[in-house]
Design a protein around this ligand. Structure first.
Ligand code: PGA
Length: 246
């Protein structure tokens, strides 16, 4: 039985005060019988580590560099995230792919360097509305996944995958449980060819997951939890989603 995992993706939101209040409320609301993590903006990682260390919740970042170290102004190395106790790092979020022109190969390189530093990459894949309407969902997500499979080899079993249809992110339009399950099953079949440990791999759904739709999504056989944006910023909403996964 795979454990469910719920990850909050705070994106570029929060403040030291708001984060402290949010984490205090979540700590009071938990623990849950699923894995729970929050992915915070870089400057807050030290605060988050202080708030959460010794507890059940873990934390991570929202991106990392594909390079070890060096002259890459503005970038943050996976080794640095590890120093701040990060368990996870999101790579290939559609906002990074869209606004920073991240390629499938760059995302795969980021996943590789994250693993090398003991972090678990949360590899995001997902199609745009135009790609879905054009009937290209399967081809797009398989292409995105395949770059990571080829780069990581058998280590692919150590990543968490997040299927996030771009048209569902921040729009209030959630994929139906059946739509999401179909893509999750497709991804698991693709991963099956790459690793015998596929049944242990967590594949999360992301895109307008809310307290009222989480349970039906998480009840699908290949949906192992969620990557939560907007609803992760409100303690009551995020706690309700964690309860739905538990
Ligand atoms: P959303 O974002 O829950 O606000 O749709 C999810 C994500 O982008 O990870």
């Amino acid at each position: 039985m795979r454990r469910k995992l719920v990850v909050g993706n705070w994106k570029m939101n929060g403040s030291r005060l708001a984060n402290a209040e949010l984490l205090a409320a979540l700590t009071a609301a938990g623990p849950w019988s699923c894995d729970v993590a929050v992915c915070a903006p870089f400057p807050y990682l030290a605060d988050v580590a202080l708030s959460l260390q010794g507890g059940r919740m873990t934390w991570g970042a929202q991106d990392c560099s594909s390079h070890e170290a060096g002259a890459y102004t503005g970038e943050v190395a996976a080794a640095m995230l590890a120093e701040f106790g990060c368990r996870y790092v999101i790579v290939g979020h559609s906002e990074r792919r869209a606004y920073h022109a991240e390629s499938d190969q760059l995302v795969a390189d980021k996943a590789k360097i994250a693993l090398a530093h003991g972090l678990t990459p949360i590899v995001c894949v997902g199609e745009t509305l135009a790609e879905r309407e054009g009937g290209h969902t399967d081809i797009v997500v398989k292409r995105q996944m395949s770059a990571v499979i080829h780069t990581l080899g058998h280590c692919i079993s150590q990543v968490v995958v997040a299927y996030e249809p771009v048209w569902a992110i921040g729009t209030g339009k959630t994929a139906t449980p059946e739509q999401a399950q179909a893509v999750h099953a497709l991804l698991r079949t693709q991963l099956h060819a790459a690793t015998p440990k596929v049944e242990e791999m967590q594949i999360l759904y992301g895109g307008s997951v809310k307290a009222d739709n989480a349970a039906s999504l998480f009840s699908q056989p290949d949906i192992d939890g969620g990557l939560i944006g907007g609803a992760s910023l409100k303690a009551a909403d995020f706690a309700a989603i964690c309860r739905a996964a538990a």
